[in-house]
Design a protein around this ligand. Structure first.
Ligand code: IPE
Ligand code: IPE
Ligand code: MG
Length: 254
């Protein structure tokens, strides 16, 4: 596997999101439009995810989280689920070298309970091999559901209170943040959801409190570099007030 080509044109964008989350949706519809089976769309979706990871490395984004399979996606037909699990396994095998050479730190978040053993092994291997890497923090949300993650976090707090490790009166937002799967990453700055659906489908509910959200009609396998860069450019212009008011200098200019 080669290190990323330095020659690909990457725009200079100031004020990038520290943590970008992508709800990669629309693979099934993309395949159907082409008269193919849904798994064909998922395969095309993987190639798109690879491109986005490469672009994020080049742009030097700190953290990228890709929503690949939700806790609710277990409701899909067994045939699609099995195809997806095999695809995840093949993908990890195929791109481990690429991640290593590009200094990417990989993690999976989500419940491993229902994942095939062979996939769990590959995920854990990839996490171990890349754990010391200092570049892009890539997280794959696989069998992930934010509500379930929050419930787990609350149960940990209850244990810590019961065992006297923390005092009930000390509980604040950080107490929970520190017990969620994303505890080592900054909150989400920007979410992109493809395929025209304007919902968040149980993705990082706690961590998106002040995220910008960009919905696009583009189906995930058709999501091109140009659109990605435009979304980042538009994010970089946005003024995030976090509940405050515009800065005085900005007001004077208006
Ligand atoms: C997203 O694409 C991938 C997964 C949820 C696994 P979909 O499979 O949801 O594609 P659509 O939304 O049916 O087109
Ligand atoms: C959300 O897409 C989950 C992923 C992209 C992995 P879905 O296609 O599962 O979401 P809904 O069912 O349209 O809300
Ligand atoms: Mg969908």
């Amino acid at each position: 596997m080669k290190k990323l080509h330095a020659d690909k044109k990457i725009p200079q964008i100031i004020n990038l999101p520290r943590h970008l989350g992508i709800i990669m949706d629309g693979n099934g519809r993309w395949a159907k439009l082409r008269g193919k089976r849904r798994i064909f769309g998922h395969e095309a979706g993987v190639l798109k995810a690879k491109e986005i990871v490469e672009n994020s490395v080049r742009l030097e984004i700190e953290a990228l989280t890709l929503y690949a399979f939700s806790s609710e996606n277990w409701k899909r037909p067994a045939k699609e689920i099995n195809g997806l699990m095999r695809l995840f396994e093949r993908t990890i095998k195929k791109y481990t070298g690429l991640l290593i050479e590009n200094n990417v730190r990989f993690k999976q978040v989500g419940s491993k309970d229902m994942l095939p053993k062979s996939l769990i092994r590959k995920l854990e291997q990839m996490e171990a091999i890349t754990s010391e890497n200092t570049g892009l923090k890539l997280t794959l949300a696989l069998a992930y559901g934010s509500r379930q993650d929050i419930v787990k976090g609350i149960l940990k707090i209850i244990d810590d209170v019961d065992d006297g490790r923390i005092n009930k009166n000390q509980i604040d937002e950080l107490t929970l943040s520190n017990r969620l799967s994303f505890s080592d990453l900054p909150d989400l700055d920007l979410i992109i959801r493809t395929s025209g659906e304007t919902r968040v489908s149980n993705f990082m509910l706690w961590e998106m409190a002040y995220s910008e959200i960009h919905f696009t009609e583009t189906l995930w396998p058709s999501f091109e570099d140009q659109e990605f860069f435009e979304i980042l450019e538009s994010y970089s212009q946005s003024e995030r007030r976090f509940g405050s008011v515009e800065k005085e200098t900005e007001l004077k200019k208006a």
